[in-house]
Ligand binder design. Structure first.
Ligand SMILES: N[C@@H](CCC(=O)N[C@@H](CS)C(=O)NCC(=O)O)C(=O)O
Length: 214
């Protein structure tokens, strides 16, 4: 079995992959794709990933893209420890939590979106940061309320075992901190974050530990 992860240290979706692989103790060969150097748009990379985004996991020469789909794949092929629970309602909760981040927060604040605001609408640094913080506040606000309403969290997003929800939350909090977002309103989410950051699967894979970090 060969396994390569195409990753960029600061990419939160790449960080999701690094955490998931660490949780499952799956070794891989890292391939560093620099977003500032636009290596994700190079032809050789696009031949493997036509969407031209990171992360990408290649297992036995088969490229897999989209971090949530890859986590689901890993959970099916390497079931222990499970990142997605068996109970259908708990499963729906974990997927909803993950998708709030993966579908409703992250895409609005992706690098290409921020760049487009600048190139097409002349947004300056302050306006871009304001945009970023707006969607973080709206997204994490809704997520915090969802977690409180559902009453399923414990040490982690679902009880006391790490799931895909935590794998998505931690990188999103890292990004929010990098952009100076106010996180004081999200006591539940930041509590879960702190608990995750006691685990090597989250700390050993964080952006500044990566060989491509600068
Ligand atoms: N939904 C995708 C999103 C992937 C994505 O947007 N990755 C970002 C880095 S976090 C990227 O490659 N951005 C490059 C760009 O915006 O130009 C996933 O979960 O894998």
């Amino acid at each position: 079995m060969s396994r390569q992860l195409y990753t960029f240290f600061r990419s939160s979706t790449s960080y999701r992959m690094r955490i998931a692989l660490a949780c499952k103790r799956l070794a891989y060969e890292p391939h560093y794709v620099s977003l500032p150097k636009m290596q994700h748009h190079e032809a050789a990379y696009r031949d493997l990933n036509p969407q031209g985004l990171v992360p990408m996991l290649v297992e036995d020469e088969r490229p897999l893209i989209q971090s949530l789909a890859i986590i689901e794949y890993l959970d099916e092929v390497y079931p222990e420890p499970a990142l997605i629970p068996k109970d259908p309602q708990a499963r729906a909760y974990v997927r909803a939590f993950s998708q709030i981040i993966g579908c409703d927060i992250h895409p609005l604040n992706n690098v290409r979106v921020l760049k487009r605001l600048q190139s097409q609408f002349g947004a300056g640094e302050d306006a871009t940061n304001e945009w970023y913080r707006h969607w973080i506040a709206e997204g994490l606000g809704g997520l915090e309320d969802f977690v409180l309403q559902q009453g399923r969290s414990g040490q982690f997003a679902l009880g006391n075992a790490v799931t895909m929800a935590d794998v998505c939350l931690v990188p999103q909090i890292f990004n929010a901190r990098r952009f100076g977002c106010e996180l004081g309103h999200y006591a539940k989410l930041t509590g879960i974050f702190e608990n995750c950051m006691k685990l090597p699967a989250f700390t050993d894979t964080q952006p500044n530990t990566q060989a491509d970090a600068f």
